[in-house]
Write a new protein. Sequence first.
Length: 313
Amino acid sequence: MYINASSEISLKLATLGLSTTTIYPAFVFGTFTYLIIVFCNMLVLVAIAVSKKLHKPMFILLFNLPISDMVGATAFFPQLVYSIVTQNRLISYPACVTQAFLIHFYGTGNLLILSAMAYDRYIAICCPLRYNAIMNPHNLIRIIILIWLISFSLMITLILLLVRFKICRTNIVDLYCNNPSLLKLVCEDTRVNNFYGFAGIVFLQGGPLLIIIYTYAQILHTCIMTNQPDARRKAIQTCGTHLVVFLILQLNTMVTLIAHRIESASPYMRRALGVSVLVFPPVLDPIIYGLKITELKQNIITFLKRNVGSTKM
């Protein structure tokens, strides 16, 4: 039976498998994790915004990462916490589509932002004399606009291709709404969607990966050739931090998307990796960058001391 997807129908998300004794701890853990994500990412945002010393291309690009992380976390955690409290895994179709768009928008945005940051580090380390000319304010604004425009355009097209169908099922196979799980509710021919999704995976996973490989190979070569140990150490430390963040997101996202296309893949593994994409990057990004980038760490500490000190007076 086909159901008009534009009507206020209810879809059922995969069960969380919580017993009555674990509901309260799960609620506390989910709420606490979300609050930590918001606090840490807002701290990075505010530290960059209020410090003129951090108004540099690298930090302005980094400024976009907490925004993207909070979009993904907000699309996932409030609905999750609500369903834990109410023990109700139902979600309306419009809400499900909105959640899917925001989660994919977050993932795409993060990959593109990390690619732009890798390019910035490549120019700074390999072409230092041309850095100010290449990463000037106008080009920086163009890069940021391009990141969000590409992310929005690709994801809105993905969703528009999806909502043209009527659905014949109501059970979502994942713990949250996403394009692959919503597409499994459709009983019509979805070859166009599958082709677009596959092309999107190749572009959004392969493109940033090629950028990272090329830029880091050049950075590594430059670091090996340089005779300045301090500059080499600082470059490797910054790039190592960036590489860890990128690989966490890249590997988890790729395996999760591929698992949807393999019938024999464990649904528990797919769900665990899918959730990790929405938990680990938003939690780890501000902590890793805040601790490893000295300038940012110092400004965060200064900001906290100033504000804590002012509240005591």
